[in-house]
Ligand binder design. Structure first.
Ligand SMILES: *Cc1c(COP(=O)(O)O)cnc(C)c1O
Length: 493
């Protein structure tokens, strides 16, 4: 069966499915606004917020869902978010200004990441919470707050390098946060600056899919909360960061089969599946498979809000009882900072097919009016098929499944949208669109450039009228023109 197509079909919400079915709408947009084109779906975003909120409710916890802004640059998404109960996690001065200008008041903003004095001033001025990285940042924040006579700045202490039973370091090193073993240094600073800084809690953010690592970190935070109390503070927030993940694929079997066939291809036991024999981290050495697969686990049975639910339902490794119970009994609020997971199913990147050519070994080369920077799936190690949106439905079904390589619009050998051969149900034709689903989180904004003066994708917000099965008509506006209130004073829902 080595020649059977190896599909990696994207997981699509009913809303995204309906959007992809609206081919004339999508073609009209790209005809008018050019290729590449990014679409964002504020309605879906609000639904995702609600899903995280219901996990907090199920565990009877107070707290906040803070969207990690860095996952998307969209104004429509952030402005729409302001109408929900969610908060926002900003990681730069630009993001902080964007949030304030999008309707967020300071009390609904958490400021994380590397911080300049300007960022600290604006955070303190607007009453945001600062997720503090370390001693130096606390000192600087206290100085700025004092110099401008601002109210006490609320801070969360970002911790890292959590340990289990004092021996084995389980959580990986991070360039952010303060090692738990140096917590007392932070508390010394806080004691000295009680008039300027109010520690409201502690937190972590770990860029890992491992629930074990997160459980270790969360337990470390619960112990740190006790340390704060012993020193006379009254903390009430535990921040579990982001990294809840997204399930990108519909079928677990497709993912398993693909990765198995990829190892066979690397070992030379089947025709290549990648451009130039790229192994995504795997290689063959004297007949032995070496290396490890450097890919996002594109099929994830537990991701997003369900992942948070699972973490809260787990017993704390040392304390024995479920985290949700422990947090509830201590009357702590839970902050979560999902980025990718909140943007799940909230975006689509469209690229026009320009040219289709026969390649060397029976496969085809498909050149798109878009490049690898416009759709950063490969950059994030996410392998997922684009959806073919034909310009005109051909009379009858022409051809069958084909393996193609997707080439970008840069004059650069390396500009492949993905180094893997992509199987499509039929050969695309010039004028067709390929739709890359689920790109709102990191994949549409993070790596887009003006290389070679190729256009950066425009972004539009799309909404569907009516709710029912299949839904109603789609409408759109430019991302920067989207406000939660319409020109006639109505509320966009
Ligand atoms: C990036 C980031 C997040 C979001 O991570 P996701 O994996 O997108 O959920 C949350 N918190 C902090 C501090 C971050 O840097």
């Amino acid at each position: 069966m080595s020649n059977a197509p190896l599909y990696l079909e994207p997981r699509l919400s009913p809303r995204l499915t309906s959007l992809l079915d609206a081919a004339p709408f999508l073609h009209g947009l790209v005809d008018g606004l050019g290729s590449p084109l990014n679409l964002v779906l504020p309605q879906q975003f609000a639904e995702n917020v609600a899903r995280f909120g219901s996990v907090l409710r199920r565990h009877r916890l107070g707290g906040r869902v803070c969207f990690a802004h860095k996952a998307s640059r969209s104004s429509a998404l952030v402005r729409h978010l302001a109408t929900t109960g969610a908060a926002l996690d900003s990681a730069s001065l630009g993001e902080l200004r964007h949030a304030l200008g999008s309707g967020f008041t300071g009390d609904r903003i958490v400021v994380t990441g590397p911080k300049d004095p300007e960022t600290l001033w604006l955070a303190a001025r607007s009453g945001a919470v600062v997720n503090a990285d370390g001693v130096a940042e606390l000192e600087e924040a206290a100085r700025i707050t004092g110099a401008f006579g601002l109210p006490r700045l609320r801070v969360i202490l970002r911790l890292s390098e959590f340990e289990t039973s004092g021996t084995r370091v389980l959580s990986r090193r991070s360039r952010f946060g303060t090692a738990v073993k140096s917590l007392s240094d932070l508390l010394d600073v806080l004691e000295r600056h009680q008039d300027a800084l109010e520690p409201i809690g502690v937190g972590y953010h770990l860029d890992t899919t491992s629930l074990d690592e997160k459980a270790t970190a969360l337990e470390g935070c619960l112990r740190a909360m006790e340390e704060l109390q012993i020193r006379g503070f009254a903390p009430r927030v535990v921040d579990v960061g982001g990294g809840f993940g997204v399930n990108y694929l519909t079928h677990a079997e497709q993912w398993d089969r693909y990765t198995t066939e990829l190892t066979h291809a690397v070992m030379g036991r089947r025709p290549p599946l990648t451009w130039g024999g790229h192994g995504y981290g795997l290689r063959a050495e004297n007949g032995t498979l070496r290396g490890s697969l450097g890919l996002y686990p594109a099929h994830r049975p537990v991701a997003g809000a369900a992942y948070l639910d699972e973490l809260l339902s787990r017993p704390a490794p040392g304390l024995g009882r479920p985290f949700g119970t422990l947090l509830l009994e201590s009357m702590y609020d839970l902050y979560a900072e999902p980025g990718r997971a909140l943007a799940d199913q909230c975006g689509l990147t469209l690229g026009r097919v320009r040219e289709v050519r026969a390649g060397g070994a029976g496969e085809h080369l498909v050149r798109l009016a878009l490049n690898a920077g416009d759709v950063g799936l490969e950059d994030h190690g996410v392998l997922m098929d684009p959806v073919l949106v034909p310009r005109d439905e051909p009379p009858g079904r022409v051809g069958g499944p084909v393996g193609v390589y997707l080439m970008g619009n840069l004059c650069l050998e390396a500009d492949l949208i993905t180094r893997r051969m992509v199987f499509l149900p039929r050969l695309p034709r010039p004028g067709d669109l390929l739709a890359f689903a689920n790109t709102a989180g990191y994949c549409m904004d993070f790596t887009a450039t003006r290389a070679q003066q190729q256009p950066v994708a425009r972004k539009v917000a799309v909404r569907q009228e009516g709710a029912g099965e299949g839904g109603g008509a789609w409408s759109w506006c430019l991302d920067e023109e989207y406000w939660p209130v319409t020109a006639t004073g109505g509320r966009r829902t």
